[in-house]
Design a protein around this ligand. Sequence first.
Ligand code: ZN
Ligand code: ZN
Length: 126
Amino acid sequence: MFFFFIFGVSSKQEKLDFNQPAICRQCGRYGSYEVFMEYTYFSLFFIPLFKWNKKYFVRTSCCGSLYSIDAELGNRIARGETVTLTEEDLHLIRSGSYRHLKRCANCGYETYEDFQYCPKCANPLN
Ligand SMILES: [Zn+2]
Ligand SMILES: [Zn+2]
């Protein structure tokens, strides 16, 4: 008799039930914080058995700025506790790029990078 074990290690991102209105430090607009949990999990026969390496991220709804928050704080949000995020809790990973979007007038190429010239057609960007 043979047993076939189908197992795997994957990572997944889950949006937590959290929404806090806030004035964005990056773009100055009124938006809200959304919290995501990223984790690695081991599954057997497609059933996730355990999770580890949990990381928590905050994203602003206004401009998509990305922050990391401490796992301890993230765990409390994941448990459904009422948590108010303050600026000290947020560690900036990537500033929102909404207002930095450059669009090439010549070919329509859009980029968030700080290019002086369009990477596609070399037209100057402003
Ligand atoms: Zn913003
Ligand atoms: Zn172009």
